[in-house]
Design a protein around this ligand. Structure first.
Ligand SMILES: [Fe+2]
Length: 355
């Protein structure tokens, strides 16, 4: 299985993960053979990428760290929570809490929490998918910092709800293509205090959730907003959520920008560690992120093209790859697999869209 841009999908490829619409209906079941008419429809629906199984990826396993069902349910629960706030009803925390508990159970079950959060986000459900991803990433970081279940629950609920204040920001500003004016940015910044106000009212939530909503844009060096807090003045929960938030935001496509690759995002976090972020937490975080998830197409330093088949957990830069094309672009008839931990001369130069 691999993730592929819709314009690269070819008739005959097999859909590897079920496609859902925003309201929760199934658009197309996994296992279906893709026809040109479907591919055209994906483009109409604004779907940019999907998971397929094709000749070069049929034996590549790509496991998500939480089940598809839990992820899907969590996305619906945060959507409902945010919709009810948007339409003036009170927030029902229970479904969100239940989703967080399910995620914790599943994450505690896997001994080896290497994240492959290759989730697909469309624009109109970005905030919901983002909230779920920030929650999963924060929980994994919390687990690696030896948090007990109660702390994980508090962290997870706050992470899921960190952006609820965005329900009060006009969507024209939130989804504006192109750069924001200074006034517009000032309006966006207010989602932190709006979120604080909304969550503080809830009797079902502890103060952590509202605190995380208020302070997830504070930065370790004091350069964040809205309060300009510094270092350990920012609660550890918010320091974790801020890293998960930035990581997921920069690795996602948005209307106003293309995403960066995971390896670049990890480099950015390391570079910003101890400036914008708490370096100790960054270290815990990046230990659990797959830089080159299976199914990623890469260019090697000798000009050959390959697909990542599996990860080497201790050496994230050196996965197991399968060479698919030589430096002239000629496809290999019998692809060779190479474990990059056992080959000192070959390096991955960059991630490429396709072979
Ligand atoms: Fe935010």
């Amino acid at each position: 299985m691999r993730k592929i841009l819709v314009h690269k999908v070819k008739e005959g490829m097999v859909l590897a993960r079920t496609l859902h619409s925003n309201d929760g209906n199934t658009l197309l079941n996994s296992g279906i053979i893709l026809k040109n008419s479907y591919i055209m429809k994906f483009k109409d629906l604004g779907i940019r990428e999907l998971y397929v199984e094709d000749e070069i990826s049929h034996d590549i396993v790509l496991n998500d760290i939480i089940s598809e069902e839990t992820r899907f349910e969590a996305r619906i629960n945060i959507k409902n929570a945010m919709d009810s706030i948007r339409y003036g009803s009170s927030l029902d925390v229970m479904p969100v809490r239940n989703s967080v508990c399910k995620m914790i159970d599943e994450l505690m079950d896997v001994s080896d929490t290497i994240v492959n959060l290759q989730d697909i986000k469309s624009n109109d459900q970005y905030t919901f998918s983002h909230s779920v991803n920030v929650c999963v990433l924060s929980l994994i970081t919390g687990i690696s910092m030896k948090y007990d279940e109660e702390k994980l629950r508090e962290l997870g609920i706050g992470a899921m709800l960190h952006d609820v204040g965005k329900t009060k920001i006009p969507s024209e500003i939130l989804n504006k293509p192109g750069s924001l004016t200074e006034e517009e940015f000032e309006i966006i910044k207010k989602h932190t205090s709006y979120g604080y106000g909304l969550l503080k009212k809830s009797t079902e939530l502890s103060t952590y959730a509202s605190y995380i909503a208020l302070t997830h844009h504070e930065r370790f060096d004091g350069g964040g907003y809205p309060l300009g807090l510094k270092g350990e003045e920012i609660h550890e929960f918010a320091r974790i959520v801020s890293i998960a938030d930035v990581y997921d935001a920069i690795t996602s496509d948005r209307v106003y920008k293309r995403r960066v690759n995971i390896n670049e995002a990890v480099e950015y976090l390391i570079g910003m560690g101890d400036h914008q972020f708490d370096y100790n937490i960054v270290r815990n975080f990046i230990e659990h992120v797959t830089i080159y998830p299976p199914g990623t197409c890469v260019l090697l330093n000798d000009g050959e093209k390959a697909i990542v088949v599996d990860v080497n957990k201790r050496y994230p830069n050196r996965p197991i790859i399968r060479i698919l094309a030589d430096r002239e672009g000629q496809m290999s008839k019998e692809p060779v697999e190479i474990d990059l931990t056992k080959n000192n001369t070959l390096l991955i130069s960059e991630i490429i869209e396709d072979i």
